[in-house]
Ligand binder design. Structure first.
Ligand code: ADP
Ligand code: MG
Length: 707
């Protein structure tokens, strides 16, 4: 290894660790109830061809291999050491390994940073010792490594009790050991293997991204799967995402904590709608990492993509054994926004020969044939669909049917040479077991339920549709050094900040009392709105702090007097700093536009359905700030309310350009103030008809209070 301190690629280190020339097993034994017994046997069983050093002071040999009393006694320092020993023994053992010149250690043992501050301190000590000895660590609190590509198994999971390891070009890095073993086992049952599986545990030293980087550089890996609980180094994740794309290797991710708490405590709607999962989601979308919500679908997609490297999927043909199955499948694809392929006339003509009139459509129902059995026409059907250049992928939705295994086999045999992406879903239970076996025999992955297959396809479509985000360029005339506030800003202060970034706000001013409100009112156009100014009140209209549609100064004065009374009963004790008199904006579509400064990923801009709809329907789209007008428009288009903006039911389109411009400007504002601004939100932004602009009529912001 190179001298410490100088640059070295982690991939070079990991190559040595994941393809070690020698492995020492601390506590190796014959006892299969112990980790040291199981891992030792797995290593032997799965054909590791390097040197194995069983470390056991009480035995001269094990399974015919010479044992060593301690790590210092091996003929050469082991490239890799694996240990599952009592927690207090880990530190001295790591020290002994480092002293002996070991290159890497897998620490299965838990109760380190996973068990509170004391454990965390002990873990930091392990890292310190390892670094001083130029040794790398995997874990602690992990399940180790399974590398079929290198025939290295440093894992004791019962999932490894299989005849032989299957190698597929799928790499998997998991923050959960149990999940890694579970997925390994499930995949194996379908004849799917991996290049390398790594469980990273507490990531004290080597972390998830280190292994992702290794997999990106690894020739045996074509698709990268990851199970993530927390991101250690967000900037690195972004760099690696770019690199994976450049190499054409899909990176699939399942992230835990999607429904994370913390939202309830958020100050603004933006903060609760733009929690850290959403921030990661926005970053993944921008960088082309395929975020999936299910590990089974992730593996199915990985296995399917690995068969068809680099292939894009934008539409799907359905071939099914049942009309009902086809209809439901079509519905579900449509729900996910995945278009059904439209057959070319030549395809329809070919299918017409075997299918009853009107049946030669997508979905193709094998039941709609003119004569014979479904099994007889399955192959020809697949052939015709596969020959259609406009079809990107085929989904075989198999229900119970006579000779279902024959159907599956014939479809598969026609699909394999056709070289067009396909996914099988076998929906029956036991009745399809023979069909499953046919697929397993052919090394084809399959789903057992529609949901899994559709999720996998949705991931494929997402990956295929990805485009690099347009470069955001700074709009002209933004302030060079905007003034950062402190603490919470009320509506008027927030609007002043927004206005300094060229975001249109309605005019208004703060009055101390009802009489002053009337005087101020005269200086603005009618109708007007009166709002309470109170640092104790966050949602003004909840406590009667907003009165709309005031026709003249007298109405404003009366409203202010009444408002003080209402608030005294609705929120007793709220300190009233004044009354905000403002012009009322003409009605339009209400959006929320906000930016949340994510602790990991920085400012993430959000747009969604605003006003009262915010809490009712979580219709939001996010992107890392700053954004380009193109990205802002794409965000609007993703919203359900986006349809409304486009104009429906006799209403013309809204001023999408104006709304996009506000998103762009808000994103720059938050970008410029990222050192101090926590969150800012405009709710609502009232978007009027095309050419009529958009205006922020309410806003709030939260700045860091200290320095
Ligand atoms: P809060 O969100 O604190 O309850 P808002 O200032 O957002 O208070 O006002 C509540 C609602 O009143 C807004 O969602 C919007 O529908 C309407 N509203 C507020 N100010 C104006 C205005 N100046 N012009 C038109 N509508 C307004
Ligand atoms: Mg509001």
């Amino acid at each position: 290894m190179s001298v410490r301190g100088e640059f070295r690629s982690v991939t070079a280190d990991l190559k040595a660790l994941l393809a070690p020339r020698s492995v020492a097993v601390i506590g190796a034994s014959e006892d299969q109830s112990k980790f040291g017994g199981r891992v030792f046997r797995m290593l032997l069983k799965h054909g590791y061809d390097g040197a194995i050093y069983p470390i056991n002071p009480n035995r001269p040999e094990l399974f015919g291999l010479k044992t060593y009393p301690d790590i210092a006694a091996t003929p050469q320092p082991a490239d890799m050491v694996v240990m599952a020993i009592p927690q207090p023994k880990v530190r001295p053992t790591i020290a002994a390994c480092a002293a002996a010149g070991v290159k890497g250690a897998i620490i299965i043992t838990s109760k380190f940073s996973d068990a509170g501050p004391e454990g965390a301190a002990e873990e930091a000590e392990l890292v310190r010792i390892a670094r001083a000895g130029d040794m790398r660590l995997i874990g602690p609190n992990c399940l180790g490594v399974i590398s079929p590509a290198n025939r290295v198994v440093l894992c004791s999971s019962p999932a490894l009790d299989v005849e032989r390891l299957i190698e597929s070009p799928i790499g998997f890095v998991s923050q959960s050991g149990a999940l890694m073993a579970t997925i390994f086992d499930r995949a194996h049952g379908q004849g799917i293997g991996f290049s390398h599986c790594v469980s990273v545990g507490n990531q004290a030293d080597l972390e998830l991204c280190d292994f992702v980087e290794y997999l990106i550089d690894d020739d045996r890996t074509q698709v990268i799967c990851s199970y993530v609980e927390g991101i250690k180094d967000p900037a690195r994740l972004i760099r690696l995402a770019d690199r994976a794309r450049e190499r054409g290797k899909p990176w699939l991710m399942v992230k835990a904590g999607r429904t994370g708490a913390g939202a309830a405590a958020a100050y603004s709607h933006t903060a609760s709608l733009a929690g850290s999962f959403r921030a990661l989601e926005a970053v993944c979308r921008e960088r082309g990492i395929v975020l999936m919500d299910d590990t089974d679908a992730m593996i199915l997609l990985a296995a399917s993509m690995a068969r068809f490297p680099g292939r894009k999927v934008a539409n799907v043909a359905i071939v099914t054994t049942s009309g009902g199955g086809g209809a439901i499948t079509a519905d579900r694809l449509t729900d996910k926004g995945i278009p059904l392929a439209r057959f070319q006339p030549k395809t329809a003509a070919r299918l017409d020969v075997v299918y009853s009139p009107g049946q030669a459509n997508n979905p193709v129902d094998l039941g709609g044939r003119r004569e014979g059995e479904a099994v007889d026409i399955a192959g020809a059907t697949m052939q015709a669909v596969a020959d259609d250049e406009t079809v990107d992928a085929t989904l075989f939705a198999i229900t119970t049917a006579p000779s279902v295994s024959g159907i599956a086999a014939n479809l598969a045999d026609a699909a394999i040479p056709a070289d067009k992406p396909f996914i099988f879903v076998l929906q029956p239970g036991r009745a399809a077991d023979k069909a499953r076996q046919e697929l397993i025999n052919r090394g084809l992955p399959f789903a057992n339920n529609l949901d899994e297959a559709i999720r996998a396809l949705a991931g494929w479509v997402d990956w295929s549709a990805w485009k690099p985000a347009a470069q955001a360029s700074r709009p002209a005339a933004l302030p060079d050094a905007p003034a950062a506030g402190t603490g919470a800003l009320g509506e008027a202060e927030t609007k002043a900040l927004l206005a300094s970034y060229g975001i249109p706000v309605n005019r208004g001013a703060i009055a101390a009392d009802a009489a002053e409100a009337a005087r101020i009112s005269a200086g603005f156009a009618y109708p007007q709105v009166l709002k309470i100014v109170s640092s104790d009140i966050v949602h003004k209209s909840d406590v009667g702090g907003v009165v709309l549609d005031l026709a003249d100064a007298a109405a404003v004065e009366a409203a202010a007097a009444r408002m003080a009374e209402t608030i005294a009963t609705r929120q007793p004790g709220a300190r009233i700093q004044g009354y905000l008199v403002q012009e009322m904006a003409a009605s339009g579509i209400e959006l929320i536009v906000g930016v949340n400064n994510d602790p990991q990923f920085g400012p993430i801009v959000m747009v969604g359905a605003g006003g009262v709809l915010v809490e009712l329907i979580e219709d939001v789209a996010l992107a890392p700030a700053p954004v380009s007008p193109e990205t802002a428009r794409a965000m609007l288009a993703r919203l359900k309310i986006g349809k409304l903006l486009g104009g429906i039911r006799g209403k013309g389109p809204a001023d999408i350009e104006a709304a996009a411009d506000v998103i762009v400007r808000a994103s720059w504002l938050a970008h410029d103030l990222r050192g101090s601004l926590h969150e800012i939100d405009i709710n609502p932004l009232i978007v009027r008809g095309a050419g009529q602009g958009a205006v922020a009529v309410d806003g709030r912001a939260l700045f860091r209070t200290e320095g």
